[in-house]
Design a protein around this ligand. Structure first.
Ligand code: 13P
Ligand code: SF4
Length: 298
């Protein structure tokens, strides 16, 4: 039996659902039951009837699925597939910021650890960060860990004061886009769309700023797109819109997303590893912050 068939058989045997982020390898996207952005994966994890949830993505995505499904088995096929940006924010940074800004709300990007989420008032993803911040009663908002997403929100919600924690948290993949990439795209032609994790000057130079799910929804609006985010988003868009053109940057690769291979996925279903376990108190507190976000929606 080939690897793909073996995964399909094991998936049935285990009563598992496979969730994959838009940055996963093409072969993982193809075999997954659901492919989506962070918000779509969180909502699907909450709604699934399957007993086992396999998250092909990075650890904060699997942790979020576990927090929303404490009674289910949640597997991350590669133990150390993580988001380096999530670890730039620690619980101590949040506590210190709360002490310095006692009237502020704390909004944490879903790209954060469960320990940090447990200290947040509400979570957001790049798909709903603006809506989440607008929903808050306070003027001051502590926002982490991505300072570029914080700048994006500040631009659209000028009535609030967004304080990034830490001051310079960022994603190394998105922070690497430069004005040369914008200039190259302009020369090539096509609409420029970038992720809000890109620097403010890239956001200002793009035609559209959107989460990866937002990129899927925007795609019908143009024939050719320059997609300034992780490279595999191009595969996702091309499979959904085969008649359109999507230019991506070869070097824009999230190494941790790429750790999930078909072999790793198959082994995960065989051995039921690596199971996500969380301190129940942390999970309960983090769940409140995530549920608040889900109630707000996109
Ligand atoms: P999305 O929520 O837009 O899918 O982004 C997740 C992510 O990790 C971006 O780097
Ligand atoms: Fe984290 Fe960036 Fe990878 Fe997204 S692309 S998971 S933000 S390192």
């Amino acid at each position: 039996m080939n690897l793909r068939d073996r995964i399909r058989v094991l998936k049935e045997d285990r009563d598992a659902v496979i969730l994959a982020h838009n940055y996963q390898r093409p072969e993982i996207q193809d075999i997954a039951d659901i492919v989506g952005d962070s918000l779509e994966l969180a909502v699907s994890a909450k709604e699934t009837g399957a007993s086992v949830i396999v998250v092909c993505g990075v650890d904060f995505m699997a942790e979020t699925a576990k927090i929303l499904n404490p009674g289910k088995t949640v597997l991350l096929p590669v133990k150390d597939a993580t988001c380096p940006m999530a670890h730039q924010l620690t619980p101590d940074i949040i506590r210190e910021a709360r002490t310095a800004h006692p009237d502020a709300s704390v909004v944490l990007y879903v790209n954060s650890t469960a320990e940090s989420k447990a200290l947040a008032d509400i979570v957001c993803t790049s798909a709903n960060a603006v809506k989440v911040v607008r929903s808050l009663g306070t003027r001051e908002v502590l926002f982490g860990p991505d300072c570029n997403l914080a700048a994006y929100v500040q631009n659209l919600v000028p009535e609030k004061e967004i304080i990034p924690i830490p001051p310079e948290g960022h994603c190394y993949v998105h922070d690497a886009f430069t004005l040369d990439d914008i200039a190259e795209a302009r020369k090539r032609g096509g609409t420029i769309i970038c992720h809000p994790e890109c620097r403010p000057e890239i956001q200002n130079g793009a035609d559209v700023v959107a989460s990866t799910g937002g990129m899927v929804r925007a795609a019908p609006d143009a024939e050719a797109w320059n997609v300034l985010t992780e490279r595999e988003m191009g595969y996702r868009l091309k499979s959904l819109f085969p008649g359109k053109t999507f230019y991506t940057k070869e070097e824009a690769i999230c190494e941790d997303m790429k750790k999930i291979t078909l072999h790793a996925l198959c082994r995960s279903l065989e051995t039921m590893q690596y199971e996500i376990t969380l301190d129940p108190e942390i999970a309960t507190r983090a769940r409140t912050a995530i549920d608040r976000m889900i109630a707000i929606g996109r």
